[in-house]
Design a protein around this ligand. Structure first.
Ligand code: FE2
Length: 416
């Protein structure tokens, strides 16, 4: 499947120009009484400036590499903060316009004079209320957005987890897997960001590296960038990857062949047998994303395809982009499933005990971290890259270091 980038650009531009027009019209109404022409001209100039971001957002890699960080800090990040503010304000103004329309209709049907007429006290009060609500929405959206864009998006964490299995072969006790996911190589992720991450992973000397999909954001223009960024990734028993939904928004065959040239093995509904020096057998299974638009698609079809003719023996680990396969995977004997896809919504609440609420919880029952079901485990990595606005709030990029242990778990994970 080839992804039509020009249609994405068009749809994005049309949607955002509409949202922006609604937000601008609402602000003009709310702040109409402020007649300082210079302020309005400055606002108009700022709007025009911020809209120049399209030129860089959708330009080829070379143009972005030329300007890089300066453009991001001076134009792209402010554009996304502005976009989020407009997206928050537009529903307020639509609701206010609808309420005003209903009020006028009711007045007309009742035969009363229009109490909301121009210059009336009622209209003035309504405008004051709208002004307060505009500030009350815009400021709380602006502050965390700016933090997430300038600070949060660059934060990185190595999450260490140890998972114990009573039936783990002795030779796999202490086996270390480094998982990364959702790189989204594109406008906000390139080889200069990836190469230090690759060096960090190599320094941790893992037994195996697993990349759980969405290597590319969209567009074949970024394939070389992804291959350059991941070149040099090493692990004693190999570097393996599966394809996420975004990896089908480019020339997928070229992506696979270029990654394979760097030594990465792509598991496309297939499996590999890994025999550690200490004995035992690890069966690593990997599936393509289903490409389904259904958020909770369990992708059983690809899992069954991958397991067709797979040997029964061995300790089974599944690499799948979407975590929604977990129930089926556990039922089919996968003892551990490594997934990504959710990005934890790129926003995790700073409050709450245990697993704090994330934006992804709106869409997925299992949004990030470790889950257990009938003795099988699922781990959902928060990802390295971003989709949509390039921000992360309390949701640092993640490298996961998973150590397999033989025995009973020291800390019991709740079923979920
Ligand atoms: Fe992703």
């Amino acid at each position: 499947m080839q992804y039509d980038v020009s249609s994405l650009v068009f749809r994005f531009a049309v949607s955002f120009v509409t949202v922006q027009a609604i937000a601008a019209a609402g602000c003009i109404f709310a702040f109409k009484k402020h007649r300082n022409r210079r302020v309005w001209l400055a606002v108009l100039a700022a709007m025009l400036y911020l809209n120049c971001a399209y030129l860089f957002l959708f330009s080829p890699v070379e143009l972005r590499q030329q300007f890089g960080t300066v453009i991001d800090y001076a134009l792209i990040y402010p554009f996304f903060a502005y976009m989020l503010i407009c997206m928050a304000l537009a529903p307020l103004f639509v609701a206010a316009a609808a309420a005003a329309g209903i009020s006028k209709t009711v007045s007309a049907l009742g035969g009363t004079s229009d109490c909301a007429g121009p210059g009336s006290g009622y209209n003035g009060q309504r405008r004051e209320l709208l002004k307060m609500m505009t500030a009350g929405i815009a400021l709380p959206v602006a502050a965390p957005s700016l933090y997430g864009l300038y600070v949060g998006s660059a934060q990185m964490k190595i999450d260490d987890i140890e998972i114990s299995f009573p039936a783990l072969p002795a030779g796999l006790d202490g086996f270390t897997i480094l998982q990364i996911s959702d790189l989204h190589v594109g406008p906000f992720m390139d080889s200069t960001v990836l190469q230090p991450i690759v060096r960090s992973i190599n320094a941790l000397a893992p037994d195996l590296v697993a990349i759980t999909g969405d290597i590319i954001n969209w567009g074949s223009a970024y394939i070389d960038e992804a291959a350059d960024g991941l070149a040099g990734l090493q692990a004693e028993y190999g570097v393996y990857a599966v394809l996420g939904n975004h990896d089908f928004y480019c020339d997928t065959d070229t992506l696979c062949s270029k990654l394979e040239k760097t030594g990465i093995q792509i598991l496309r509904n297939g499996w590999r047998e890994i025999r550690p020096e200490g004995g035992g057998l690890l069966q690593l299974v990997g599936i393509d994303d289903s490409k389904s638009r259904m958020m909770r698609d369990p992708n059983i079809h690809n899992l069954k395809k991958a397991l067709h003719q797979a040997p029964e023996a061995g300790f089974k680990i599944l690499l799948s982009h979407r975590p929604t396969v977990f129930d089926a995977a556990a039922a089919l004997g996968m003892r551990l499933t490594l997934a990504g896809h959710t990005h934890a919504g790129q926003l995790i609440s700073p409050f709450g005990n245990g697993r704090a609420w994330s934006l992804a919880k709106f869409f997925y029952d299992r949004d990030y971290g470790l889950y257990k079901r009938n003795g099988s485990y699922l781990y959902i990595n928060r990802g390295l890259g971003v989709v949509g606005p390039p921000l992360r709030i309390n949701c640092p990029r993640e490298i996961t270091r998973i150590v397999l242990r033989r025995g009973n778990p020291q800390v019991e994970t709740a079923e979920g």
